[in-house]
Design a protein around this ligand. Structure first.
Ligand code: DAH
Length: 372
């Protein structure tokens, strides 16, 4: 029995010894591993405490759990461990991974809150603060008057026609009954570009261009810039004019005055009257200067109207037969009137502006005064 026992024990003895030795070793190894894993966990927890923003959060998380992270590296190396120890160790590492993931989730939430609070503080809008005012521009007085005139006359059935600013001598003078040797050419100091071309001195040139194209009845309004070599408090080398032309059967000077009365009321006020004084223009016969009763004093006489009660606002007249003929319109069949006014002049009178330069200086303190 003993023998048997002995016999039986003997070959087992070294195995048992081995097992006993192996168990101790294994335990030791396992303890070491557990210790190292705990160390790693503590280190990770310390690292987490130092995380202050999402960028460092990401870095720290990757250090442990990323593809090249320390915990991941441990899991990868599991295959090198003896098969029997693998499951237990695998579980331990996995537990560590789960713990760290939980820890990181808490940190992530903390960072998210912190950053949100920071952003809210930074982007805070105080709705009680006064807003930034946008400065609103105003229409230039010349634009305002031009638009007003267009409104008045378009309302009476006039059509807008715009001629070119660079004109030929023919349209600007000759066709308007002002041949080369005509003394009226001295009335205006012209900017010539060459023998034939010039900067138009008057929008009257548009009359010819339109009548060449269109047969009567005609009701034309022609606004535009004109140029003269002239420069003082009431003259500027460039200014704006508004030309009017009406051609039809049986048109008389009374039609002109009726329309101008309406114009005066809209531009200068309800009580305004007009009067016609004889004058001279080569392209009209008879020619008149049109005065409007002074809107500043109501006609009693003041500084603006120089005590006369009247202010000169425009030139006009019945279209000269020669002009109609130049355009192929039969003067025995048709008659017409024309008028022309300076828009700056009307604006200066209407708003009490005493120097034409104010209209081109673009000083906003001046321009701002023209608000509705
Ligand atoms: N063209 C003239 C000027 O510039 C103004 C003028 C006067 C136009 C009489 C007319 C008119 O149409 O009939 O001074």
């Amino acid at each position: 029995m003993n023998d048997t026992t002995h016999e039986n024990d003997r070959p087992q003895a070294p195995a048992r010894e081995q097992a006993a030795e192996g168990g101790a070793e294994e335990r030791a190894r396992s303890e070491v591993r557990a210790f190292l894993l705990e160390e790693m966990r503590e280190e990770a927890v310390r690292d987490m405490e130092y995380v202050t923003d999402s960028r460092t959060f990401y870095e720290v998380k990757m250090k442990y759990l990323g593809r090249a992270g320390r915990v991941t590296a441990l899991l990868k190396r599991l295959k090198d461990v003896v098969a029997e120890e693998r499951p237990a160790l695998g579980k331990k590492i996995n537990d560590l991974r789960v713990k760290l993931e939980e820890g990181f989730a808490v940190v992530e939430e903390r960072i998210r809150r912190q950053e949100m609070a920071h952003r809210l503080a930074e982007e805070r809008v105080d709705v009680t603060m006064p807003g930034r005012r946008r400065r609103q521009g105003t229409l230039h007085p010349v634009t305002r008057v031009r638009d007003l005139l267009i409104d008045v006359f378009v309302g009476m059935g006039f059509e807008i026609f715009e001629g070119p600013e660079i004109e030929t001598d023919y349209y600007n003078f000759t066709a308007l009954n002002t041949p080369a040797d005509h003394p009226a050419r001295d009335m205006q100091d012209t900017f010539y570009l060459n023998d034939r071309l010039l900067l138009r001195t008057q929008t009257s040139a548009g009359q010819i261009r339109l009548m060449e194209k269109k047969k009567p009845p005609i009701k034309m309004l022609s606004p535009g810039r004109v140029f003269r070599s002239d420069d003082d408090a009431t003259h500027s080398p460039m200014f704006h004019q508004m030309e009017g032309l009406v051609v039809d059967k049986g048109i008389t000077l009374c039609d002109l005055q009726g329309m101008l009365d309406e114009f005066a009321r809209v531009v200068f006020g309800k009580g305004s009257k007009t009067r016609l004084r004889p004058s001279y223009f080569p392209f009209t016969e008879p020619s008149v200067e049109v005065d409007v009763s002074c809107h500043a004093c109501g006609g009693k006489g003041c500084a603006l109207c120089k005590g006369t009660g009247w202010i000169e606002v425009l030139g006009a007249g019945m279209v000269n037969r020669r002009v109609l003929e130049n355009c192929g319109v039969d003067p025995d069949e048709y008659t017409g009137f024309a008028f022309g006014m300076g828009i700056e002049r009307i604006a200066m009178l209407k708003y009490g502006i005493n120097n034409i330069k104010l209209l081109t200086e673009n000083d906003v303190r001046f321009l701002e005064q023209f608000r509705d």
